[in-house]
Ligand binder design. Structure first.
Ligand code: AMP
Ligand code: ZN
Length: 113
């Protein structure tokens, strides 16, 4: 657990979250400030600060994150969805524990702002 990391604290159960899926490697929970009718986050239990900090050994973990995110999207009623990972504050990253946004339930415009 990385100190002062809000998502590590959610994993450790120190702060509450509305979980929708959990296993030994990943956790999925609803975003506290949803940007779409369906908006949840999928995070690795291992602390990685963001996509640019991923190591070669994390490749299977990221593949699982993506596949499980897509499966959970479908299970939560959205066939059309967007998967987003922000890297760095200029790209909108505010929490520096890797997370994949899963967004859907409305028409999503492209390109993003
Ligand atoms: P990003 O801006 O890509 O770093 O995304 C961080 C996301 O985490 C935002 O969409 C926040 O609304 C969400 N978030 C921050 N704190 C919490 C929390 N305690 N529980 C659920 N979602 C959170
Ligand atoms: Zn963390």
């Amino acid at each position: 657990m990385t100190e002062n990391c809000i998502f590590c604290k959610i994993i450790a159960g120190q702060i509450p979250a509305k979980k929708l899926y959990e296993d030994d490697k990943i956790l999925a929970f609803w975003d506290i400030n949803p940007a779409a009718p369906v908006h949840f986050l999928v995070i690795p239990k291992k602390h990685v600060s963001g996509p640019a900090a991923l190591a070669e050994e994390d490749q299977d973990l990221v593949g699982k994150l993506l596949r499980d995110g897509a499966r959970l999207a479908k299970e939560n009623g959205i066939d059309h969805f967007r998967l987003v990972m922000n890297n760095g504050s200029e790209a909108g990253q505010t929490v520096f524990h890797l997370h994949m946004h899963v967004l859907g339930g409305r028409h999503l415009t492209w390109p993003p702002g």
